[in-house]
Design a protein around this ligand. Structure first.
Ligand code: FES
Length: 105
């Protein structure tokens, strides 16, 4: 599953990850800029936030209630925000593009 991460400066990095891992894990394992994931994937820190490109947002789905609540603690939440630790990669997400918020650089 290939995912493109774009940081706030516009620099991009393509990561190739196995299906079944979280988007956060794929980012951290590949040293992606802007994903610090302080809580280790427990949906409790919101430092793994990404903006999912519009054409992919329907495929990842909207955030669950606890995820939405956590995103609400950030001042960078947008309509297409997700916590990357709450997205499990599948073949259907191959080619997805996500952007990391300015606050996480
Ligand atoms: Fe902490 Fe995702 S890693 S909320």
């Amino acid at each position: 599953v290939k995912i493109t991460f774009v940081d706030n400066s516009g620099a991009s990095q393509i990561v190739d990850a196995q299906p079944g891992v979280s988007l956060m894990r794929a980012a951290v394992d590949n040293g992606v800029n802007g994903i610090s994931a302080d809580c280790g994937g427990a949906c409790a820190c919101a430092t793994c936030q990404v903006y999912v490109a519009d054409e992919w947002f329907a495929k990842t789905g909207a955030p669950a209630e606890d995820e939405q609540a956590m995103l609400g603690f950030t001042n960078s939440v947008r309509g297409n925000s997700r916590l990357s630790c709450q997205i499990t990669l599948t073949a259907a997400l191959d080619g997805m593009v996500v952007t990391t918020p300015e606050q996480q650089t």
